[in-house]
Design a protein. Structure first.
Length: 205
């Protein structure tokens, strides 16, 4: 990677970096990064930790940069799991093409930062929540091109042992479906009209 790597430690610092950048590449721990970038790259690996866990409701809130290895270990101690392989960060998995689709049904809500620095929330910890639009479900698999994932509210699944866990298949970052690309380009023009976040990911600059 040829670009400057920036590792903000707070939402305020991330917002300042975003507003000062004409474009910004986003990564969690970098495990799903493909190719080189000449744009500044912001890593969310400092956005770590479970902020709330309610085993009785089978829900939890976790910051986007939290390691999936760490998350799996902590959940297994409570006999819970998530349908994703323990590689990289939970935010990176949520935003990736393959893992994001697997996680979609487990995501109850999300806190995002939009390209203009605004922080917004979608969904809640209620498992049956019919209020508003499910933007957090729409964002799954969008590869950080529409907004920055800061924190996720997840439904966690009870397990008996590690063999009960279902891992995601290996991620494939190449997108060749013209319909999907056109759809994401249209969404990009709405959420990020200046093409600031992860420019070029959907085949255009």
């Amino acid at each position: 990677m040829n670009a400057q790597l920036i590792e903000p430690t707070s939402i305020e610092e991330l917002r300042e970096i975003l507003l000062e950048s004409s474009c910004l590449m986003l990564i969690g721990h970098g495990s799903r990064l493909s190719g080189n970038s000449v744009a500044p790259t912001a890593s969310l690996k400092n956005f770590q930790g479970i902020t709330r866990i309610q085993p009785e409701d089978m829900t939890m809130s976790v910051r986007a940069g939290t390691s999936l290895c760490r998350l799996r270990k902590e959940l297994m101690e409570l006999s819970f799991g998530l349908p994703v392989a323990p590689m990289g960060s939970i935010g990176g998995a949520y935003m990736s093409d393959t893992s994001g689709r697997l996680l979609r049904d487990s995501v109850l809500g999300c806190t995002f930062m939009l390209a203009d620095g605004t922080v917004v929330k979608s969904g809640s910890s209620a498992v049956k929540n019919v209020a508003g639009y499910d933007i957090h479900r729409f964002m799954a698999g969008t590869r950080g091109s529409l907004a920055i994932c800061l924190e996720l509210i997840l439904r966690i699944d009870p397990i008996q042992n590690e063999s009960d866990l279902v891992d995601a298949p290996a991620e494939t970052l190449a997108v060749s479906d013209p319909t999907q690309i056109r759809y994401m380009q249209r969404a990009k023009s709405i959420f990020d009209p200046t093409n600031k976040l992860n420019p070029g990911i959907w085949g255009f600059m």
